[in-house]
Design a protein around this ligand. Structure first.
Ligand SMILES: [Zn+2]
Ligand SMILES: [Zn+2]
Length: 288
């Protein structure tokens, strides 16, 4: 399994010189089977522009799995050139929100908010709501679990394929369920299930623990929680993701540097970063 980090910001894009190294596109991670083009995309933020670069002139043939429907996770959809080329097939899956998926998406993608409705994106586009549980998507096993966030039902995902696994919790507000052992959020069952023994945990790190008291009401998590969850659930590596839009390159380097030498390796996600997961380390048992 190979991952391409196409967009790593939360909330809004972050263009400009202070953000060049880690990049400014919003959430989008493309997943490919070994040796194949990406066929599973986690979220459709503006980072889909980077997936276009990966695809070259080829049409996209696969699924875009939306964890939730906030702007920073959907704004790339109507600008996705790979989803407009002849031969495209784009299946969009999203958490059920009590109405047909296309109708829910059209609330944001229709005049006067935006000129193009989902039905006009292309003949090969389809939209479907999913529920919690195990799904088979593009040859990957996908476990979907509802996780606390703010403003709309949100899923975290665990993706397994080719003997490797990742967990993706891009927007997560575990403090909503209690302080947990470190005071930065509950290590609740859904998060533990998603992260248990994965090769890579990609997790909301919009804030730091120091910022959390003032900013937790916005529905996000901190880097310290992500690392604590990885340790508790036996995840092998942590990728800090969904960076605050005004967190500069030097601030992100300093944040990741604080966790150098940690028992669980920590990296800050960057646009253009690729990660190959081969499951070579096997399953790390969850500490008792
Ligand atoms: Zn977000
Ligand atoms: Zn969100």
């Amino acid at each position: 399994m190979k991952l391409f980090f196409c967009g790593v910001r939360g909330s809004t894009p972050a263009p400009g010189q202070p953000y060049v190294r880690f990049g400014g596109h919003t959430s989008c991670v493309a997943v490919a089977h070994d040796g194949a083009a990406p066929s599973l995309v986690l979220d459709g933020g503006t980072g889909l522009a980077n997936l276009d670069r990966l695809l070259g002139e080829a049409p996209f043939d696969g699924t875009i799995l939306l964890g939730h429907l906030h702007w920073d996770h959907t704004h790339g959809l109507p600008f996705f050139a790979g989803g407009a080329r002849p031969g495209h097939r784009v299946q969009v899956l999203m958490p059920g929100q009590g109405a047909p998926a296309e109708q829910v998406l059209a609330r944001a993608f229709s005049p006067p908010h935006f000129p193009v409705e989902p039905s006009a994106l292309g003949a090969g586009w389809s939209f479907e709501a999913i529920e919690e549980g195990e799904h088979r998507v593009e040859g990957f096993s996908v476990l979907a679990r509802e996780i606390p966030h703010k403003g709309g039902r949100t899923f975290g995902f665990r993706v397994t394929g080719g003997g490797a696994s990742l967990a993706y919790l891009s927007d997560h507000h575990p403090l909503a369920l209690g302080p947990g052992p470190a005071g930065v959020g509950e290590l609740h069952q859904a998060a533990m299930d998603l992260a248990a023994g994965v090769d890579l945990l990609i997790h909301d790190a919009q804030y730091t623990a120091a910022e959390l008291p003032e900013l937790a009401y916005l529905g996000h998590s901190c880097a310290e929680y992500a690392i604590g969850l990885a340790e508790a659930a036996g995840a092998r590596r942590v990728c800090l993701f969904h960076h605050a839009p005004r967190r500069t390159d030097s601030e992100l380097e300093a944040l990741a540097g604080r966790f150098a030498g940690w028992p669980v390796p920590v990296v800050a996600a960057a646009d253009g970063m690729t990660v190959t997961l081969d499951g070579q380390y096997g399953h790390r048992a969850r500490p008792k």
